[in-house]
Design a protein around this ligand. Sequence first.
Ligand SMILES: [Zn+2]
Length: 416
Amino acid sequence: MIYEKAQKILAIGNICDRCLGRQFARILPRIPCEEKGRIIKKFFALEAGKSYGNDKCWLCNGLFLNDLKKIRSAIKKKLKPYEFKTFLVGVRLSDEIVIREESLWEKVGNEFAVDIKYDIRQELEKFITENFNAKLNKENPDVNVIYDIGKYDVTVHSRPLFIKGEYKKFARGLAQTRSEKYRQTVQSIIAKPVVKVTRGSEDVLHTVGREEKNARCLVWRPFVLEIKNPKKRYFDLKKIAREINKSGKVRVRKLAPTTKDFIVDLKAKKYYKKFRVVVEFENPVRDVRRVEKLVGLIRQQTPLRVLGVRPERVRHKKVKSIKWKRINNKRYQFEITCESGLYLQEIITGDSGRTKPSVSELLGSKAKIVEIDLTDLIFEGESYGKSDERIQKRNEEKTVKKSKGKIQHFKIHEKV
Ligand SMILES: [Zn+2]
């Protein structure tokens, strides 16, 4: 059986030891294919009285004899900038080689053979394991290396890096995520030192909810920073946190590595948010108690200011409570707790009737937002993190100083 098969193969044309031996790979698999090919060729040389060469292989076209060295050095060079502990390697063959291999199998069968692709992949797995002190991992490798034999091209996909954490934002006028309009954002401040150390190609900030550009975020907001195609993936997160916190505008804590699944959990979270807003009314407020009617269901169409970016949609979400403080007869501070998914500014302004009811509508006076801050996130009835009391207090003091009217008392009214 082996004899006949080998004879047939040798009769087709020049074949390298490796390609010949590979047709018998499953017999005594510990013996390398090259050695098997050599043994078979020697046997037939004795019988035929002529030797069989190793070059000009019609099947692989010198892939193992000549190209393997080049492939290895190309992979080595390409992988050099990457830091990884696990890898996966794949091979893309040219159609011609695949067709030639299939035509051989049609003639002689493949019951003992492994295919070229498998053979070369094993070779490269061994090479990477030994040269980079890394382990093969099929499920979730740090890097995925693909060698295209036809194009002589290596591509490396480095698994994105996910870092979870929480942030607070102390500056107004700072948008949350990067866009063409804004150069410095919460995202850019958090991502900058991470991109620098990882040398990633792109960063994405995933967060629980969003805060508006002019709102501060005085409660710890959970986020995940995604870094695409990182070169370095093991580094000191405490150092990164210190770098970010130097900005003075954004502060982070609890930085830790995480996985993609965590983002899904993060985005699915339902919660209530509490915000504090200082509002200036066009006319003196006569009966502020009317804002109690805000508690209940709010109907909100996508605000006009974001309509170009977000699709038109109607939301029905709850306002759970409202408290107020009078600063003067035209200026009030409100503290509102509402369901996630509501746009905050519009709860005050009414957005030309697109948000109903609104503070402006209930008090029958045009309302302008002076200051707005997110102060708490409440997940399933539990306060996520108390906002920084010190900052809250300072903010209140500032508000008092700014308002022109005399403040007799700062009594808090509440309706829940
Ligand atoms: Zn060959």
